[in-house]
Design a protein around this ligand. Structure first.
Ligand SMILES: [Fe+2]
Length: 274
């Protein structure tokens, strides 16, 4: 029997998502071709999103989402924990040595991990309100990332590949990034299909849908070090990150325990009846 897939259309009739086509289009192809080795060659239509434009986008841009004190606290936590995790391998060479997960922060400082969890919950609430979502969103990962000088990321979506090949995070429906600093050069966010560039500011929240409409890349960091707190969201509760959604883990453990008790009672009954 096949496992039922969660709905990918869990929003109200007035949601901006009704105007968003997550499929790949020609604008994605053109946008990707403008980014070579992390450097954007703007088209005549490329637009830089200014402060006056933040509220006019079909994705969330919110200044001052995280206070300077909390940005500093999370950046300090990254610098403290990162040396202990730098040799830990993740699923991708690109990210090896660049991620500290929330549970790793928790092992160092539970209060700081609690700040991350609260930031993630607030970001999910913003996404839910902005896109008029009708079902809960679950974070599948909350991290701190480092982007050193010279690093960049080619345009990509967070749930699909350009060639339609199987994506390792295909369940993701939305993404958010909170920027912890802005004392670096480069590192802008470029949206291919929109042909728009955003220069993140410290404390800013940017959040968007995971499909091709919001395909995005990070332009090359020319100097300094860029620190971010990304999180990824899904309607699929089975993909929830246990450190953010312990209630789901507890429910799953209870369900497993009840199942196991039922199995053992059934087996005992079977022996009695045999
Ligand atoms: Fe991404």
């Amino acid at each position: 029997m096949s496992v039922p897939q969660p709905s990918r259309t869990a929003w109200a009739a007035h949601s901006p998502m009704t105007l968003i086509d997550s499929a790949q289009c020609e604008a994605n192809v053109c946008g990707r071709s403008r980014v070579v080795d992390g450097v954007l060659k703007p088209s005549s239509g490329t637009r830089w999103i200014t402060r006056a434009d933040y509220g006019k986008q079909d994705f969330v841009v919110e200044e001052g989402f995280l206070s300077a004190a909390d940005c500093g606290r999370l950046a300090d936590a990254f610098r403290t924990v990162h040396p202990q995790t730098a040799d830990r391998k993740v699923a991708s060479d690109f990210w090896d040595g660049r991620i500290v997960f929330m549970d790793e922060v928790a092992a160092h400082a539970a209060e700081t991990a609690a700040v991350m969890a609260e930031v993630q919950r607030r970001a999910a609430a913003r996404l839910s309100g902005f896109y008029a979502l009708t079902r809960p969103l679950y974070a599948d990962s909350v991290q701190l990332n480092v982007w050193k000088r010279g690093s960049h990321m080619p345009p990509h979506t967070d749930n699909a590949y350009h060639d339609g090949g199987p994506h390792e995070s295909h369940w993701r429906d939305f993404s958010s990034i909170v920027y912890l600093n802005d004392d670096y050069q480069g590192g802008q966010l470029y949206f291919t299909a929109l042909d728009k560039v955003l220069r993140p500011k410290a404390g800013m929240l940017v959040a968007f849908s995971a499909g091709h409409h919001h395909e995005h890349g990070v332009l090359k960091v020319r100097s300094g070090t860029r620190l971010t707190m990304p999180a990824f969201y899904t309607f699929d509760a089975s993909r929830a990150y246990g450190h953010v959604h312990p209630e789901l883990q507890a429910a799953a453990a209870l369900e497993a325990a009840v199942g196991s008790m039922a199995d053992s009672t059934g087996a005992r009954l079977g022996r009695l009846l045999a």
